[in-house]
Every structure is written in C-alpha cells, then in structure tokens.
Design a protein around this ligand. Structure first.
Ligand SMILES: [Zn+2]
Length: 453
C-alpha cells in the first residue's frame, strides 16, 4: 500500500473516532501528524520519498508572499507554452544548449558525509546523461514511451567562476556540528550550521548533507526566495559511486529534484489521478515505487499502456526510471524565456573557465567549521507529582518561549511563557496520567511527554 493511502486510512480512523475536533491548536495536530508519519516511515523506509511538495507547503505557510511568487513563475511557464503553441508549435525559444553552473555545498559532520570528488563527478555525469537522454538504460523503455522521450538540451557544469569573478572548483566543503538536517533550510544558512547560497540567479545551489527521516531530497520550486533557491540531497543517495543506498545509487534523486527546480511536477499531479500539466505523460492514479513492470495499469489509465513509471518524476527505484518527455522538456525550457524566472541563467557564464578574472584562487575547498549552539531543554522530575520544572538554556540571549501542556487526548490544561531559565509549574490540580509539554513556535518547537503520578 502506498504511504499516502496508508496515511489517509489512519487519518480517517482518527476522524471516525471524533478525536480531531478536540484539538483546538493546529500546531498540535501537526505534531500528531508528524508522529503518525514517523510511525509509518518505519515500515516504508526503503521507499523513495521526495520532500519538495511538503517543503513548498511549509515555505508558503511561513511566508504567504512566496505563494504569489511561485504562482507567478508557474504562470510564466504556462503563458510561454501557449505563445509557443501559437507560433508554429516550436520548442521554447530556440533549441540552443542551456548551461547551468552548479555549486555543490558538501556540509558534513562525519568523514563519511564528506563525500569524495569522484562521487560528486559521478553525479554530474549521471545528471547530464539523464537530461540529455544519453543514459544507457534508456534501452529498457517500452517503445510507446520511448517515442516521447526527450533530450532537454540543458547541461550542468561545476562552476568554474565564483561570484566574485575568481576561479572556482564548484565544490565547497564545510564541516558542521549538526549531525542531521531536516527539510527546514538550515543547511542553506551559515547561521544555522549550513552554508549560504551563491547567487541563485546565476548558480544552481546543491547542498549535500545528512538528511534525516525518509526524505531523500527536496527542491525549491521556481519563484522561491533567492536565499533558499536550490536542491538539498542526502549524501548517501548522491552520485553513482561511494557508500550509497542500493535502491538509490544511480543519481536519479538529483535528476528528479532538479526536475522540480525546473518547474516539472510529479507525474501523478500530487493528487489522485491528478494532472502534471505535461500532455504526453499518461494520467496515473498515484506514484509507483520499487520496480514495476510494463504495463502497469491503474484506475485512471486512459490506454492499456498504463503508467509511465519509468519517468524521472515518478517514485520508482533509480534502476527503473530513465526518461523525461518532450512536454516536460518544454516546461523546463519555458522557464528560461525572456522575462521568466530562470532567464538570468542564459547570461551566466560561470561554466567557462576562460572568463575567470585575475585574482587569488578562491578558498572554496575547505572552510572552517562553524559551531552551532542549540537551545537545551530539561523537564524534571519525570515522573512528577505536585510540581514540574521546565529548564531552558538558550543558545543566544534569552528569548521568551511559549509553552503549552496538553492531556493525552489533546485538551490544553496549562499554558504560559518561559521568561527565565527555570519555571516551576504546579500539577496538583491535574489527574494522574501522561501529559504532553510543547515549547516554542513553528520549526523550533520541542515536544516532551511527562508522567503525573
Ligand atoms: Zn518530487
């Protein structure tokens, strides 16, 4: 059963028992959702998971203006495609090669995460093969789908010129004290233990790190804010050599995420029998995983050929995906048309080492580690009887933190603010049992269980 279906089933069980309407606080509900997803992930760990859609939702929630910008970029693609259809049905602008300079930020905590240059180069090769329809496994496609496969005429190079005009290698290595990153953009920020982006109007930023949970990677959609524009990917699914997860060892996680970065959607349209706005990808009910065999027909297949599970924008294993289509290619290239969101790349010459300006060699090989202090919370005693103390050692100056205590059924029983390092709460009016303490806001929230005796 696909994870989406499993999760929907669980959500329905909760609804049918009337639990959800007791939660007055949507954040708490999100925490609960997180716990459910985490539980599910244990049984589904080996499956591909792309964090881009959840990431977009989070980004838009935190900053509603981003929704308009992403929408505007999507409209640019649509408008350009409509114009091109009117003008002799030709491809977006000319079919000239588009060169994308790439900067790889290797943000590592352990030597294993500090991946080799060979591994990085193997990923670049795979990415270029996939985008140019030169991947050797294209022979595995059924003829009916091979007929719509495309060379996107987009190529990627390690940046040869740094933003300041000096020579570059296109690889930045930076040690961090963060043992794991999540899909919250910390890896894109010096301040949060990651590494700041290079100008995302001229470079595709790719951060390689230890990405927690079951997310293999996530991408920002066109229209996202400049400082977070790029792709984040786990070190153990990056490239084709090195210590890689067996099912994700052909570099296709990056191919998929760069597809999103170029405005291409999941092939099932992120909803049951949805539309990915590429006319030559057949409608399919949901994502595939593992290694399906042809034909795989689903509830909304329009022909006996069924799903295009070998498309890079499905969730099949690396060894079983091998193509973009002509219409997907048109979506990507529409982004580069005059006035559109990635048009600046046509004027980015950082792939050409002859355009380096005189100057010392950029120190983009090894940067000094930046220690990151994190907030520390203690809750004691636990189990507690009459009183419990919340202790908070802030990383920076003391910032007020809100806290809420919920019963196990989600009823809010206590709330307030932590304004000093230690706050003692009286529990004497509460019944015995398990309570949940939530401290902080948004992505900084921590949740702990306490037992009242
Ligand atoms: Zn995806």
């Amino acid at each position: 059963m696909p994870a989406g279906t499993a999760f929907r089933t669980l959500a329905l069980i909760l609804n049918s028992k009337g639990y959800t309407n007791r939660y007055s606080n949507s954040d708490f509900m999100k925490t609960l959702t997180g716990i459910l997803l985490l539980t599910l992930s244990c049984s589904l760990q080996a499956q591909r998971n792309c964090g881009s859609e959840a990431y977009k939702t989070q980004l838009v929630q935190n900053n509603p203006a981003v929704a308009q910008s992403i929408q505007a970029a999507a409209l640019q693609i649509k408008k350009t495609l409509e114009q091109n259809r009117l003008v002799a049905r030709r491809d977006t602008s000319a079919n000239e090669l588009i060169n994308i300079p790439v900067v790889i930020h290797v943000v590592y905590n352990t030597p294993e995460q500090n991946i080799s240059e060979t591994q990085i180069l193997s990923q670049l090769t795979a990415l270029n093969n996939d985008f140019s329809n030169q991947n050797s496994d294209k022979v595995n496609r059924p003829l009916v789908f091979d007929n719509v496969a495309a060379d996107a005429r987009i190529r990627f190079c390690l940046a040869q010129v740094a933003p300041d005009g000096r020579p570059a290698k296109g690889i930045i290595r930076k040690q961090t004290s963060m043992s794991v990153f999540s899909a919250d953009d910390a890896v894109k920020s010096n301040m949060r233990g990651g590494d700041d982006a290079w100008d995302s109007k001229k470079y595709l930023n790719i951060w390689v790190c230890n990405l927690g949970g079951r997310t293999l990677g996530y991408a920002s959609l066109p229209g996202s804010p400049a400082n977070v524009d790029g792709v984040v990917i786990g070190f153990d699914v990056f490239g084709t050599v090195g210590s890689l997860r067996p099912r994700f060892n052909k570099g296709r996680t990056l191919t998929h995420e760069v597809g999103h970065w170029l405005g291409v959607k999941h092939i099932w349209g992120d909803t049951e029998c949805g539309d990915d706005e590429a006319d030559d990808t057949p409608r399919q009910r949901t994502y595939n995983f593992g290694c399906p065999s042809f034909p795989t027909v689903s509830a909304c297949s329009e022909t006996a050929d069924g799903d295009m599970f070998m498309n890079f924008m499905d969730f099949s294993d690396d060894a079983c995906m091998n193509m973009f289509t002509v219409e997907q290619k048109k979506r990507m290239r529409a982004l580069f048309a005059t006035g559109n969101f990635r048009n600046n790349f046509l004027a980015s010459f950082a792939c050409d080492s002859t355009l380096v300006q005189a100057g010392p060699v950029a120190v983009d090989t090894v940067a000094a580690p930046v220690p990151v202090k994190q907030d520390v919370y203690k809750i004691y005693p636990n189990p507690a009887s009459s009183f419990v103390t919340l202790e908070y050692t802030p990383a920076a100056a003391l910032i007020k933190k809100s806290f809420t205590v919920y019963s196990i059924t989600g009823v809010k029983v206590l709330s307030g603010e932590l304004t000093k390092e230690k706050t003692t709460l009286s529990l004497s009016h509460l019944m015995r049992g398990i309570y949940i303490v939530r401290i902080g806001e948004g992505s900084e929230t921590i949740t702990r269980k306490i037992s009242k005796q």
